[in-house]
Design a protein around this ligand. Sequence first.
Ligand code: AMP
Length: 286
Amino acid sequence: MKKIAAVERMKAAAGEIKTQGRILGFVPTMGYLHEGHLSLVRESLKKADATVVSIFVNPLQFGPREDFRRYPRDPERDEALLEEAGVDILFHPADLDMVPDGFRTTVEVSGLQDKLCGRSRPGHFKGVATVVLKLFNIVRPDYAFFGQKDAQQAIILRRMTKDLDLDTKIEIRPIVREEDGLALSSRNMYLNPEERRAALVLFRSLKKAHAMWAAGEREAGSIRGEMLRLIGSEPLARVDYVEIVDSDTLETVDRINGKTLVAVAVLIGNTRLIDNTILGGKGEHP
Ligand code: AMP
């Protein structure tokens, strides 16, 4: 596995792969890798001839009071995992190379970026879209792999690639969970044992939504009400949002007809966790 930090070297290496006519797959991450990330890496290895994984804890997507500084990092372990998986290139740019002094440009996917997580994390998706576009311009991948875990991010990046006529195809892959249902996340390491137990309330609320829908309930308000009640019964949990929305536009729906995204964000102690499921499509059901 090649390790590249410099933007220009990464451009050259990716260019070489493309001139050889090989299909390039790309998995952007913030590191501290887990099975969720590795599932995307394996998908890329399957679909593409060469795979680039980036590890970049993007300062632009963290708010001033968020956990940018203490976000977990373990570069040696990440490198070993990617090497073992058979990744071709690990791209790990420095903060100042990606966001140098004088950096002024931002990408906004208006409307979509202000809903759900965008409400409690203003500027978050602007930071995500800006850096992902930059990464796409550096790597120029044929395919880029993202997790359904960050459903809103996936929807926003799909919109961005469409609106800006990018050649990269966005591939979304299912949420990888622990055996008991907790969605894998680098932030799960913040949870103490009691919080870890309480964190299951996210998955339980999504299962409840799915069970109600499967039993014929189509009123979004009833499902949302039950989810709020269930999460409210967990003393360590504080709801940020429970939303039932159209899975393309993220607009709230009253009745569940087409493919519908049920998304939750919950604070467990000080740790903000997100999870989601799709109702009515052929998406993942808990
Ligand atoms: P992050 O390092 O948190 O920015 O995540 C990098 C990529 O991994 C994103 O596309 C995430 O959606 C994806 N990802 C994170 N957690 C999971 C998970 N539990 N299952 C599947 N994909 C995930």
